[in-house]
Design a protein around this ligand. Structure first.
Ligand code: HEC
Ligand code: HEC
Length: 361
């Protein structure tokens, strides 16, 4: 079978899965008629259900307080906010991943050390632990592999491990913290581990849409269930998002982040946008396989209403326009203003809470 055929087959399978997902999480009369009370329990007993595995949207879990407050995670938080990790001591992870503003920087492309600009839009750091790879082109397999990226990148933190480890060793408070958490070892591994443990706590549970899902799945066991957690417009938007096939790519707990897809399945986005760059080649830059040209990790749509601008190129400022482009280039479908309004209402219902506060743009 050629690679293209495999891709097609994969696409077909994901569509099939999306159909299953729609059946699973969106029964025809979802709100009024909850699934039989045994279904939530039986879904948990059979985690290998195809629809669930490939794509059912699931709520973001809430972490227990011990995990949020673990010594390693708190050390990671300090490192995340510390500009000493950058070459000239001016830029921290938090410079570009501002937790009070959706976990990104709101810029088209980020600005690093000495005002250097990068060439892609900064994604949010919220919920990234659920992504199957890290970065737009998926070049990091997981969060541990990701840390090196910004640290060494000359247009981000322009640093190196020797500098980082020396500076941390020079600090009495870090020596104390690493003494407690890592037997005094301050190394690439322990710094990375602490950062990753902190990032793993950056979850945004309790989005209105998750409360609505919880209600559908667990209605019979919950007194505080909110079937009206999202508006009728958002519910209709979710139905169109599923029916039109957005969900065949944006699926799973992160509503994205679980496989690669070409940007421009149904049209040449890059020719129409103009000024194609090397970065636009996406996954091709990693694999050098022709079929990976313009292929990117499907991004998570969690908190997407507060993380403008959009796409890897940061070229689109409004959610309305991003939805329009997705309809045209990914589905070959001209979405009406009404479609876009409903789908935007659904996407807005995906904005979660960080430590009890709803995220803000
Ligand atoms: C100068 C701005 C900047 C700084 C500083 C920065 N980042 Fe990022 N971050 C970005 C950009 C831009 C990307 C996307 C890069 C790409 O995909 O090629 C990114 C991607 C990520 C991702 C992947 C998210 C995903 O969904 O793929 C994670 C996780 C992350 N950064 C965490 C960190 C951590 C941890 C630090 C500090 C060690 C850090 N970042 C420092 C701009 C920055
Ligand atoms: C064939 C797979 C596919 C389908 C179908 C699809 N998308 Fe996407 N979506 C992607 C990919 C890939 C990207 C990242 C493109 C890029 O920036 O390189 C993306 C990006 C997005 C973004 C921007 C996210 C961000 O943080 O920048 C939004 C919003 C979005 N999609 C919404 C939708 C909606 C709404 C639909 C249905 C109308 C849809 N998508 C259908 C694959 C898909």
């Amino acid at each position: 079978m050629t690679r293209d055929r495999i891709l097609l087959l994969y696409g077909f399978l994901t569509l099939l899965a999306a159909g299953l997902v729609a059946m699973l999480v969106l029964p025809e009369d979802a709100v009024e008629t909850p699934p039989p009370s045994s279904s939530a329990a039986s879904m948990q007993e059979k985690p290998f259900h195809m629809g669930e595995q490939l794509g059912a949207i699931r709520p973001i879990p809430t972490l227990p307080a011990e995990e949020l407050q673990s010594g390693k995670a708190l050390l990671g938080e300090k490192l995340f906010n510390d500009p000493q990790l950058s070459g000239d001591g001016t830029v921290s992870c938090a410079t570009c991943h501002i937790l009070a503003q959706g976990g990104d920087d709101g810029l088209k492309v980020s600005t690093g050390v000495g005002g250097a600009t990068g060439d892609v839009n900064a994604p949010t750091v919220f919920n990234t632990v659920f992504n199957f790879r890290q970065f737009w082109d998926g070049r990091a397999m997981n969060l541990s592999e990701q840390v090196d990226g910004p640290l060494l990148n000359p247009s981000e933190m322009a640093s190196n491990w020797a500098i980082v480890i020396r500076r941390l060793n020079d600090s009495a408070s870090y020596r104390k913290a690493f003494g407690r958490e890592y037997n005094g070892v301050i190394s690439e591994e322990t710094v990375t581990d602490a950062l990753v443990r902190y990032e793993t706590t950056l979850l945004t549970p309790n989005a209105p849409f998750d409360r609505f899902l919880d209600c559908q799945n667990l209605k019979s066991d919950r007194a505080d269930c909110e079937s009206d957690a999202i508006t009728a417009e958002a519910r209709e938007g979710y139905r169109r998002f599923s029916d039109y096939g957005c969900i065949s790519c944006h699926q799973g707990v992160n509503i994205g982040g679980n496989f690669f897809q070409r940007f421009g399945v149904m049209g040449d986005y890059f020719a129409d946008r103009g000024n194609a760059t090397e970065t636009d080649l996406g996954r091709y830059n990693i694999t050098h396989r022709d079929e990976d040209r313009y292929v990117f990790k499907v991004p998570s749509l969690r908190n997407v209403a507060v993380t403008a601008p959009y796409f890897h190129d940061g070229s689109v400022a409004s959610l309305d326009q991003a939805i329009d482009i997705m309809g045209r280039y990914q589905l070959g479908r001209a979405l009406s203003a009404e479609d876009r309004r409903y789908i935007a209402a659904f996407l807005e219902s995906l904005t979660g809470e960080f430590r009890g506060e709803r995220l803000q743009p």
